[in-house]
Design a protein around this ligand. Structure first.
Ligand SMILES: [Zn+2]
Length: 226
């Protein structure tokens, strides 16, 4: 959205940051003057910037932009005991450089550290239990994710037509070897052939743990598009 454009500059609303971004035109480029919460504030700094540019040139503009740049650490709007979804802030904790973060207690009893902006922008509303609950609910109802039956994946039942009595292992009548093949999402993962069933079982267990484990982990962590 560009409500005001002109020869001298423009003000653009930034949806993601919910700010009005002010630019002025200098030869060859747009110069970002600053961003403000309200259109009135934005218009004020745009007018100042244009005046400064006209009277003092680009260098004066740069100095003006520096002078109105807000200190990086704005006062916090979050207090101890504030609630965000299932989370209640317990105490401020240091987190990655200067970013502000809070140790939060979740209604479910877990404690996690969350960036303050993630709380205020409502990106994080629980320790992850909301997502886990919705995941478990969906899986229990459907049992399928992307065409893969999770209950079959998790079980160790052997198919009735298995030639070896072991899951994912079949014995070739041609070479007499035990082949380990793991299927997931219609993809066949060949894991080699072995002379003894014992070797094949060992490889199968390792490979299943990796391939299926990764799959389950991926889906249990992922948000569900419902
Ligand atoms: Zn929780």
């Amino acid at each position: 959205m560009t409500p005001y454009t002109g020869k001298r500059g423009c003000i653009i609303y930034d949806d993601a940051r919910r700010k009005w971004r002010v630019y002025v035109r200098v030869p060859g480029k747009r110069y970002h003057v600053g961003s403000r919460d309200t259109l009135e504030e934005a218009e004020a700094i745009k007018a100042d910037a244009v005046n400064t540019l006209e009277s003092g040139g680009e260098q004066a503009l740069a100095a003006y932009v520096d002078s109105i740049r807000r200190p990086k650490n704005k006062p916090s709007t979050v207090a101890k005991g504030d609630r965000f979804g299932r989370l209640i802030t317990v105490k401020r904790v240091p987190y990655r450089r200067s970013l502000r973060a809070w140790e939060c207690r979740c209604d479910c009893g877990n404690t996690i550290v969350v960036k303050e902006t993630s709380l205020t922008r409502e990106l994080v509303k629980s320790c992850g239990c909301i997502r886990r609950e919705s995941f478990i609910g969906v899986v229990e109802k459907a049992g399928f994710v992307d065409g893969t039956c999770l209950s079959v994946l998790k079980s160790n039942k052997v198919r009735k037509d298995s030639s070896t009595g072991e899951r994912c292992i079949w014995r070739s009548s041609e070479d007499g070897m035990y082949h380990v093949v793991i299927h997931l999402q219609r993809v066949r993962h060949r894991c080699g052939k072995y002379e003894t069933l014992e070797e094949a079982v060992k490889v199968r267990d390792k490979a299943r743990a990796r391939i299926h484990g990764e799959f389950l982990e991926r889906y249990e962590k992922q948000p569900l598009n419902l």
